[in-house]
Write a protein that binds this ligand. Structure first.
Ligand code: 8YV
Length: 322
């Protein structure tokens, strides 16, 4: 008998077909939003799960699902998983590294440019019929080329953004990370390691690409925003909760920094109401990895993790040693 799995969210039909060759699949192609109790109920008799960042797997869920052996996340980030609880329960966790690096770095760079050059703010103005004449300072923003690019979190995506900035736009790249990169990686990115304080003080454009954890909760709050240049921009493509969104909205309103670009939010899909009222912020709905080829590659890697685990006893990109 084929093992039974749950695909918790809608996914590409071809990926579902591939999974159906190996598993009894219960899927959610209508993409209903399940409560934790509903998710737990659906997982109760399953050996595997195909999850996304919106599906929380913690000790409570695991306790109700003793047959569960693996959860394959279609995301590189995995803060929806309680890895310690999964390891304790003998449940393997996998994610989708590498396949989304370049696409997400492209988006981070695009969001930084849109933020610095006030693209959505000016589009709203045009659409509202307010554009009646040219003026010397209309939507004048800040430059990208030659500016100082600050990166907080220098993993694969951070390095991708650094390379775009250093090699494509002649930016001066500084970064801060839990651990310093080796010399060869720093040279490839033309990036200089600095303290968090120096990063905040010197960046013209600060991009956040660090994973969410208790340690990175509100890594950018009122105190950090106060250290940034009043002309600086801030981009968050990492996770909601890394920025204190209320503090950011206040800083944007008072022009304590120039602008922000946000793809992720605390408590998303809800967005802090104050962010919706300030003009100097570009807002996108968590789409940094959303190119068609990349989303397909992510879905295939999550599916291939399930297939490899059940057919060869070994997943491709494991996160724990369950
Ligand atoms: C996903 C992401 O779209 O990979 C990640 O960590 O944030 C995004 O690429 C999202 O998490 C859906 O699972």
């Amino acid at each position: 008998m084929k093992p039974s799995i749950l695909v918790a969210r809608a996914v590409f039909p071809e990926v579902l077909q591939k999974l159906a060759q190996h598993f009894e699949v219960e899927s959610n192609q209508s993409d209903e939003t399940w409560s934790k109790a509903q998710l737990t109920d659906k997982l109760r008799d399953k050996a595997g799960a195909f999850t996304t960042g919106t599906d929380r797997i913690d000790a409570e869920v695991l306790a109700a699902c003793p047959q569960l052996k693996i959860c394959a996340n279609m995301a590189v980030g995995y803060n929806n998983f309680d890895i310690a609880a999964m390891t304790a329960a003998g449940v393997l966790a996998t994610n989708t590294p590498d396949v989304l690096t370049e696409t997400t770095a492209d988006f981070g760079f695009a969001l930084m440019m849109a933020t610095a050059r006030r693209m959505t703010e000016s589009e709203h103005y045009l659409r509202a019929g307010q554009w009646t004449k040219w003026s010397y300072d209309m939507f004048a923003g800040s430059d990208i080329h030659g500016a100082t690019l600050g990166i907080l979190g220098m993993g694969r995506i951070g390095q991708g953004i650094a390379k775009r900035g250093a090699h494509g736009f002649g930016m001066n790249v500084v970064y801060h990370n839990r651990s310093r990169l080796d010399a060869a990686s720093e040279a490839a990115c033309k990036a200089r390691y600095v303290s968090k304080e120096e990063l905040l003080k010197t960046a013209d454009h600060l991009v956040l690409v660090l994973p969410y954890s208790a340690a990175s909760h509100h890594a950018i709050g009122a105190a950090e925003l106060a250290q940034m240049k009043p002309t600086a921009t801030l981009v968050n493509i990492a996770r909601g909760g890394i920025v204190d969104d209320a503090a950011l909205a206040a800083a944007l309103r008072d022009r304590r920094i120039a602008a922000a670009g946000l793809d992720v939010f605390e408590g998303e899909p809800a967005v802090h109401p104050d962010l919706l009222t300030v003009p100097n912020v570009v807002l996108t709905p968590h789409i940094a990895s959303a190119s068609v080829p990349t989303r397909l590659a992510m879905a295939n890697l999550a599916a291939d993790n399930l297939i490899a685990f059940f057919t060869q006893g070994k997943a491709l990109t494991p996160l724990n040693a369950a």
